[in-house]
Design a protein around this ligand. Structure first.
Ligand code: ASP
Length: 314
């Protein structure tokens, strides 16, 4: 049985962004307002003030997310998740790499309690900011009966870490889980589930977090794209530069321009781990007998990169 406390970890993003002009939705600076002030700005959360604990883990534009912030965030989450007083965690985050942080945390946390990432497409100073409602909805999800796993909440939709993707650079409704659809909707504070809560990774995840606490440098994994006129030049340079893993954003069902593929096969023979994902926004690479390069098992290129980094750590 867990307690009632909800920990809200701030990392920055547009949800904490401000602009000099109230009507400006794009010319703003992300990561300006502290997480405690974001909470104060949501009238619906004032009654819960005694149960909300705000903590600033970082204050960045999430386009600049990196392994060090991920490490700090994962360790704070792991710390709070083991506290019997804590019911769940909410993380305020930029939209740009939200899906990557969600997938990273899903891989390293024993999230038997909900870990809910939320964000905004409009800065806090916009005429109609979306952050306050998203924050309110994220707290509703973190307190929903039975909620587990790493989740994202935005525009009234709840998505699981595995499938969520940002698909629009401007619209408030910017996230989708593609073919799989949202896990739930938040409507006037009520959470309406359309699928089961995602299971947590428990034992396997624990190993990863211990390693993360102690590593000096993250394995270097880069993403390359197959396209018309592709060559192997980038791959050859990366191999010379000591890359340990390569994810290929392939065309269609994992196909690669022949010149790029030849370089990738050479890289694999030299000991670099190579994984194929697809640059198609929906669906996944379906493996075939005789495939020379592994596939990402349904992960998008950016999530396949994180999975490969963690595999290299193991
Ligand atoms: N660049 C911002 C960020 O990801 C965008 C946003 O939050 O919507 O931090």
């Amino acid at each position: 049985m867990s307690g009632q406390k909800i920990v809200v970890l701030g990392t920055g993003g547009t949800i904490a962004g401000t602009s000099a002009q109230a009507g400006d939705n794009i010319g703003y600076t992300a990561a300006q307002v502290g997480v405690a002030r974001l909470l104060e700005a949501v009238p619906g959360l004032q009654a819960m003030a005694g149960t909300l604990l705000a903590e600033q883990v970082a204050q960045i534009d999430s386009k600049d997310m990196d392994g060090e912030v991920w490490r700090a965030l994962a360790l704070r989450c792991a710390h709070h998740l083991t506290d019997p007083e804590v019911r769940g965690i909410v993380i305020t985050h930029g939209t740009d790499t939200l899906e990557e942080t969600a997938w990273f945390l899903h891989q390293v946390l024993d999230a038997r309690k909900p870990v809910v990432l939320t964000c905004a497409m409009r800065p806090a100073t916009a005429l109609t900011p979306d952050g306050p409602q998203n924050l309110l909805d994220a707290v509703a999800v973190a307190t929903a009966p039975g909620a587990t796993g790493v989740l994202t909440v935005a525009a009234g939709e709840v998505h699981g870490a595995r499938h969520v993707q940002k698909v629009h650079p401007y619209r408030v409704h910017a996230f989708t889980s593609g073919d799989v659809g949202p896990l739930a909707f938040v409507e006037e504070g009520a959470v309406r589930l359309t699928q089961n809560w995602p299971p947590s990774l428990d034992g396997k995840a624990q190993i990863a977090i211990e390693k993360i606490a102690n590593i000096a440098t993250w394995p270097r994994v880069e993403i390359v794209v197959s396209h018309a006129g592709a060559t192997g030049a980038v791959v050859d340079v990366l191999v010379r530069d000591g890359v340990q893993g390569l994810v290929v954003a392939c065309t269609g069902n994992g196909t690669i321009h022949h010149a790029l593929e030849a370089a990738l096969v050479r890289a694999q023979a030299a000991g670099v781990k190579v994984v194929r994902s697809t640059r198609c926004p929906l669906g996944q690479v379906l493996p075939k007998p005789g495939d020379v390069l592994a596939d990402s098992r349904g992960l998008s290129p950016v999530k396949a990169r994180i999975a490969l980094m963690l595999d290299l750590l193991r």
